[in-house]
Design a protein around this ligand. Structure first.
Ligand SMILES: [Mn+2]
Length: 296
């Protein structure tokens, strides 16, 4: 239990760390390998967990923590990247087998690749859709010599046959633009969502799976909201806009898990980690209310 000091359980100031029956199983993954610009994502999970101690239990609508919070030990991120992804997949699959919600805290976006492997194995034929909030498409086949770069994570999702939906994208390579056209990848880019009257509601395509996994790169939000991230891009999603968009998706789709990645804490400022912790808690709230409703 020597990890608890660096990785205090989420909102431990208000709720005791739960057991396997807790709805939310929080998995810290301090992975930082394929950094291309700013550094520090390995500090992300610890910073989010420490910041969570300052959250209120009430998220504005309900108390998501009442559904149970269990923070797991951090995934060992040493060794070859495939090994690390394998460990992330095993830890995530265990949560899925228990019928709980994985809440994965990154780390660089590559951590989601391990989660996708678990989802693919667990769901087999009834594959969920992946909704991505991000400034970058992350659709490169390989980047800086690695297919396991953070810039490739959604291409790996396509390789595993996941339907994907992209939100907030505003930075693309020509290769990614081409792939989006060839595969007719659906989504709404930042220009459409944010440049005029902010869009707060959306419908996923008719044929999109009912169950969805949400991968949130914090750089999808505007850097005025979360400045602490590796590659901050101007013109991102607003705070309420992000929550409203997720709520609108949750009205028609069941969120089966999510990750929040790419937080790189800044020295001398707590805004980014606190806002990210709050974002994690708000998404838990959306899911918790969904679960309660489905049991009514
Ligand atoms: Mn990303």
């Amino acid at each position: 239990m020597n990890w608890v000091k660096k990785y205090p359980p989420f909102l431990i100031s208000e709720y005791p760390n739960g057991d396997d029956s807790a709805l939310f199983q929080i998995l810290p993954v301090p992975l930082e390998r394929s950094v291309s610009y700013g550094v520090g994502t390995r500090m992300g999970p610890s910073a989010i967990l420490k910041a969570s101690e300052n959250l209120e239990v009430f998220d504005g609508m309900s108390c998501p923590g009442e559904s149970g919070l269990k923070t797991l030990p951090p995934v060992n991120c040493r060794g070859p990247i495939q090994k690390v992804l394998g460990r992330i997949a095993v830890a995530t699959e265990k949560i899925l087998l228990q019928g709980r919600i994985p809440v994965v805290l990154g780390g660089e976006h590559t951590v989601s690749t391990g989660v996708f492997m678990a989802l693919s194995r667990h769901y087999r034929t009834k594959i969920p859709g992946i909704v991505q909030i991000d400034a970058h498409a992350d659709l490169r086949n390989s980047y800086q010599g690695s297919p396991f770069s953070h810039a490739c994570v959604m291409k790996r999702a396509l390789d595993l046959d996941f339907p994907i939906y992209q939100l907030g994208i505003r930075s693309l390579s020509p290769e990614e633009i081409q792939l989006r056209e060839d595969r007719k990848i659906p989504g709404k880019d930042a220009l459409e969502l944010c440049s005029g009257t902010p869009v707060n509601e959306l419908n996923l395509p008719e044929d999109f799976p009912e169950e969805i996994y949400l991968t949130i790169d914090v750089d999808g939000l505007d850097p005025s909201i979360i400045p602490g991230t590796g590659t901050p891009e101007p013109g991102g999603l607003g705070w309420y806009q992000t929550l409203n968009l997720i709520e609108s998706i949750a009205r028609k789709h069941k969120i089966i898990g999510f990750d929040v990645v790419e937080l790189a804490p800044l020295k001398g400022s707590l805004i980014s980690e606190f806002t990210t912790a709050r974002l994690v808690y708000q998404v838990m709230g959306i899911i918790a209310r969904q679960e309660i409703k489905s049991k009514e």
